[in-house]
Design a protein around this ligand. Structure first.
Ligand SMILES: [Zn+2]
Length: 164
């Protein structure tokens, strides 16, 4: 695989999965050898940004904005993850990317992931979160970028989820 593509994929995966909950230092903490490769430093100056937009209960969508700083388009073929209630460690659903998304070079784009609630989610919300939301996180995240499948066991906090 082309070394630049590899680096791009690694940067994307780290940014998506780690930025919302960790500092910049932690992001690259496991990849110090990658940092010192001179041909890769251009990518470090322009790292992708992921901005959390929020959860739209009416449409069951988790939305965030992805900013592509590079001169190449980035295609997200698929994304999926399990959604867990943090308070009770209970699976409440799963998210999926309904359609592939291409973010054009030097462009920012909203990416929407759709939640499908599990069969037991309704009773869990009624019994434990009635009239309020549940603090949720994503687990077992899988996504395919530029045709390459990436996975992470790093949980990602997504704030409060309300059962529609
Ligand atoms: Zn709960």
């Amino acid at each position: 695989m082309n070394i630049h593509i590899k680096w791009i994929l690694r940067a994307i995966s780290l940014v998506i999965l780690v930025v919302p909950i960790c500092s910049g230092l932690l992001i690259y903490g496991g990849n110090l050898s990658a940092l010192v490769m001179p041909e890769k430093t251009d990518f470090l100056k322009d790292t992708p940004q992921v901005e959390w937009i929020g959860y739209q209960a009416s449409t069951h969508k988790l939305e965030f904005k992805f900013s592509n700083p590079w001169k190449m388009a980035i295609m997200f073929n698929s994304m999926s993850a399990d959604v867990y209630c943090k308070d009770h460690n209970v699976l409440i659903g799963a998210i999926n990317l309904p359609n592939p998304v291409t973010v054009q070079p030097k462009f920012s784009q909203k990416i929407s992931l759709v939640i499908t609630f599990s069969s037991t989610a309704q009773s869990h919300f009624i019994n434990y979160h009635f009239g309020a939301g549940a603090s949720a996180e994503l687990r077992n995240m899988e996504f395919t970028v530029q045709g390459v499948k990436l996975t992470s066991n790093q949980p990602m906090d997504i704030g409060t989820i309300i059962y529609p």
